[in-house]
Design a protein. Sequence first.
Length: 238
Amino acid sequence: MNYIKQTILGLTFVMGASAANAIVIAPADPGIPASYGTATHDTTNWQDLSDGADPYGVSWSVDSGLTWGRDELFVGQTVSFRFNMHKNNVGTHYADHMKAWVDWGQDGVFDAADEVAYGEHILADNETLGTWNTPSVPDITYFSDDVHLTSAHAGETWLRAQVTCSHSIVKANGDGWGAQWDSAYTDNYQALFNPTGHLYQGETEEWKLTITDVSEPSSLALIGLGLAGLGFTRRKRK
């Protein structure tokens, strides 16, 4: 079964409205466009996107990692993304994997050029294997490279982050349990981890990002008046 959570963050302010009606909550976003395809999972028993406390696994920084949050983004900033993977149980598979994409070109699809981060957590190097064993390393964090936002990035786009296990990737490619340890997979998990499709284990988060070009006179005027609002959508798929 698939579960989707959606949250709209941000407010729109209306000039000339009475005090009682000055703030209007942004309408519900219809969600990620169908052109991006879907990424679904059956269970988060062995990995999810969170840090065990914050239910959201994706955040970003525009101050070289001094602070992390989900604030608005502006042309001229340098942004890096952080991805927190949490494990409730160890499992017996080869590895856990995290991968993320941002559609910087805003062409409505995630492709190889949109990959911003990949991480691999090999269980035998870190844990005592066991389906329901409690992990000694329950939280693993991965980071993207820095991206300097230019006017070419301005507008609305989408980020998708996924976590899963090696067995789920092998199964999606038509092979059995033991193939997880074959070099054909261990050397290629990053390339084989696709942005769409169904993977048994894991979770997907999708974020709508708005990048504002403050060099535009209209944007500058709104910001000067304290009237600019930014909304972004976060969707969580299990």
